[in-house]
Design a protein around this ligand. Structure first.
Ligand code: HEC
Length: 222
């Protein structure tokens, strides 16, 4: 018995030392263009899903059919989320294609039948994935607005989407809003790729005015 325990302890220590040595030597490629091994990917997905399920289970979901709630969510989603999560009529962006793990297309997936989990994810974000913790700048009621909107999103076509965004009060969530425009109409396609929903490169002159997806003119102050 004693010998078995000693063997297990030594084997454990050797494994830990080997893992530390491999990491310290730079063996792990942290590049976002190098996918995880399938076993590592499956482990991380399980850890994420269980972490969210346990934390979201006691969250009380409000009435997601409330039209005013859905409208506030539309303007905020359009301003803060489409660069990564897309929208009807926006089927790829540079961010959506280049992040790893890739942001799911919420225009087709919506909240996947689990509003409490969606609320928790939007509020707290997901570490080391690019998904921000929006609770740092948005109160719960605005986050529920986005959840209510996401519940409708897969049913909307591009026209209905734009109309709903236009009927909202835009990017507004009670303070803490920063400029996060997509500047889609300011510049043409790149030589390759051709996905345009991003900020212009530093040093590139920005036109004084551009038109947003919802048709509103936006004039820059400088
Ligand atoms: C910079 C890119 C980025 C932005 C901006 C962003 N997200 Fe995400 N989001 C991600 C990534 C990446 C994931 C996937 C994380 C993972 O695989 O664990 C994600 C996951 C999610 C999920 C879970 C979806 C699922 O099916 O697992 C929801 C819901 C979500 N985001 C909502 C939002 C909302 C709402 C906004 C805007 C307020 C937003 N995100 C803005 C990158 C982003």
């Amino acid at each position: 018995m004693k010998r078995t325990i000693t063997t297990l302890v030594v084997a454990g220590a050797v494994t830990c030392a080997a893992a530390m040595g491999a990491a310290y030597s730079g063996l792990v490629n942290v590049g976002a263009d190098d996918p995880h091994f399938p076993a590592v990917h499956a482990f991380l997905a399980m850890a994420r899903d269980r972490s969210i399920a346990v934390r979201a289970r006691d969250i009380v979901v409000p009435d997601l059919q409330d039209q005013a709630l859905i409208r506030t969510g539309a303007g905020n989603y359009n301003a803060m989320c489409i660069g990564c999560h897309l929208a009807p009529g926006v089927d790829k962006t540079e961010l959506s294609q280049a992040l790893y793990p890739s942001p799911p297309n919420l225009a087709t997936g919506g909240i996947d039948g689990d509003p409490a989990a969606a609320f928790w994810i939007i509020k707290h974000g997901i570490k080391a994935t690019g998904m921000p913790a929006w609770g740092k700048s948005m109160g719960d009621e605005y986050i529920w607005g986005i959840v209510a909107f996401l519940d409708q999103l897969p049913k909307l076509d591009a026209q209905q989407y734009s109309a709903l965004v236009a009927s909202s009060s835009g990017h507004r969530h009670g303070g803490g809003e920063s400029e996060m425009h997509n500047h889609e109409s300011q510049h043409g396609s790149h030589a390759t790729g051709g996905s345009e929903a991003h900020h212009p490169a530093p040093g590139v002159p920005v036109p004084k005015a551009h038109t947003h997806r919802d048709g509103k003119q936006h004039v820059h102050g400088n």
